[in-house]
Each structure stands twice: as structure tokens, then as C-alpha cells.
Design a protein around this ligand. Sequence first.
Ligand code: NAD
Length: 256
Amino acid sequence: MLKGKRAVVTGSNSGIGHGIALELAKAGAEVIINSFTDRDEDHAMAAQMSAETGATVRYIAADMSKGEDCRALIEKAGGCDILVNNAGIQHVAPVEDFPVEKWNAIIAINLSSAFHTSAAALPGMKAKGWGRIVNIASAHGLTASPFKSAYVSAKHGVVGLTKTIALEEAGKGITCNAICPGYVLTPLVENQIPDTMKQYNMDRETVIRQVLLDRQPSKQFVTVEELGGTTVFLCSDAAAQITGTTISVDGGWTAM
Ligand code: NAD
């Protein structure tokens, strides 16, 4: 279905980004995997995905906290037809204690990178008259939680950027949408569990049930395969008129 399309997925050597890259490769797209790490295993991951799917898969290192790296990623890829802005980090603290460097890093990686990659990718998409930008926002792009000020601000910003790009590109064959996942059990969420266990004096299973999935009515984690499938759908012809919107994949969280 996506044969002949080149997809760049930022932050895709792990978690959701990796799941999305895999589903795009399975759908026939050429895929660029990215992270800032540039380790042998990152390149090996691309080779393995290529062997598994038959698609061309490359790894390109770029640090999404740096605007020039974001733009260079698109240039090194040779432009892209599909851009998935997924790279993201998290830090949890009350506003008055929130470390300034963490605030700056979260805004840079979770929000500003999507501005830079989109700016770099759009001219090529316009020239072809076809493009798909899929921003991985969050349920926290639509609603807030305490102690996540930078993350919630960045994700609300991503939703605003999504709407703006959609309006600027409407009618040109280019769509821009945001997927808003609920909790997915990736390293980003795993890393929050030990501190939460200490904070609430709970065991792992209780933290998962009573804290993480408290607001997710399905009481089930979203999977990376489901998010990959949603991304592939947004790249399909059936989604040509879906633009400037958010798609919640959150087990009912934002229905409450
Ligand atoms: P993860 O930690 O598994 O993956 C994060 C990815 O971002 C990794 O590939 C990492 O290499 C990359 N990354 C981090 N800093 C980077 C940098 N400076 N430059 C380049 N790449 C960088 O986390 P995840 O849960 O898969 O998160 C992916 C996205 O999904 C994030 O934007 C996150 O906010 C969002 N999200 C996650 C959840 C969840 O429950 N896991 C829910 C909603 C939204």
C-alpha cells in the first residue's frame, strides 16, 4: 500500500516509534529509523527490520533536541513523503521544583523537533503534491496531570502545531494529524514505575492498576502495533480528508 513512499520516524529505536516504523515497513514504505545514539545495534535494528519486512530500512542518527539536527535528518534521508514526529522524553516534578534543563529538553525534543522536521520536509511534499505528517502527541495533549508541566505543555503545543500545519497545507494533498495515545508499556512508562512504587508504597501490579491505568477505562495498555496500524491508516487514501485533527487511542481515557 505504501510502496514508493519514504517514511522518517523520529525516535524509533525503541517503543512506539519502533512499532510504527515496523508497521510502515510492513505496508511497503521505505523507512528511516532515528535516534541520537548511533550504536551498532541501532544499525543492526534497521537491517533486521529490512530482512523481516523486505522493505528498505536505514538508520540515521540525529539529536532531536537540536534544530539543525532535525533539519539535517530530513536532508540526509533525501526528503520524505511520510513524517512521523515521535521522539519524546518525560520528567515528573512539581512546577516549583521542575529542573529548568528538563523543561528545556522536553520542549525541544517533544515539541520544537516537530516544527523543525516539518519545516524541512514540507517543500518536498509540496513539490510531489502528497505528504503525511503524523505527530505522536498524547492523551496529555488534550488533558493534564499534575507534575507533568513540561510534557503536558509540549503535547498541547504539538496539537496546536498539527492544526496549524493542516490549515497551511489544506487542499495540497498533504495532511497533518496527531495521534493521542493513552498509556503504552514502553521504556518511557517502565521508568516511571519504580519511583511511583516508592512514592505510593505500592507493588508493581498495584501501581499499574491503580495509578497508571486509573484513568484508562479499558484497564489495558495501548500497544505499539495498534499505534502503527493507526499511522498506516492515516497514510492511506481513505484518510485523505482527515487533517488537523487528533485521534485518541487511549482505551476511553479522554471520554471521561
Ligand atoms: P521510549 O522511551 O520507548 O522511546 C522514545 C524514543 O525517543 C526512543 O527511540 C529514543 O531514542 C528517542 N529519543 C529520545 N531523545 C531523543 C533525542 N534527543 N533525539 C532523537 N531521539 C530521541 O518512549 P515511547 O513511550 O515509545 O514514546 C514515544 C513517543 O510516544 C513520545 O513522544 C511519547 O511522549 C509518546 N507517548 C508515549 C506514551 C506511553 O504511554 N508510552 C503515551 C502517549 C504518548
